[in-house]
Design a protein around this ligand. Structure first.
Ligand SMILES: [Zn+2]
Length: 114
């Protein structure tokens, strides 16, 4: 079973490098119930993907209220859209990609920031 740090660490990173406070975003999630089956998976990819999905939804739904709120994760250059969440085979490590140029992508946890 992955440690919570393995699941939250990559999301924390991608929020921070984009100027968002992880604690603020998690507060919007309330009592997040990660699917026990995902958390029990020896590989953290599926749980990380689920948390990334919920964290992104929380950011996008609460942009107006958030200090320094902006779409997350930020895409390249002046793209106004957030990056999309993708993953390969089931359970593999998820990644962010540009919906206009899918070759522009980063593993979740390795977003380069602004
Ligand atoms: Zn883009």
């Amino acid at each position: 079973m992955p440690e919570p740090k393995e699941i939250f660490g990559p999301i924390d990173h991608d929020l921070r490098v984009c100027g968002l406070a992880p604690s603020t975003v998690y507060a919007y999630l309330g009592t997040l119930e990660l699917d026990p089956e995902l958390v029990a998976d020896p590989e953290p990819g599926a749980a990380v993907r689920s948390l990334a999905f919920h964290a992104q939804a929380a950011v996008l739904e609460n942009l107006q209220e958030m200090k320094n709120g902006h779409s997350w994760p930020m895409c390249q250059g002046k793209h106004p859209h957030p990056m999309s969440l993708g993953s390969g085979r089931e359970g593999s490590w998820p990644y962010w990609y540009c919906p206009k140029n899918p070759s522009y992508r980063f593993a979740v946890g390795e977003h380069p920031g602004r």
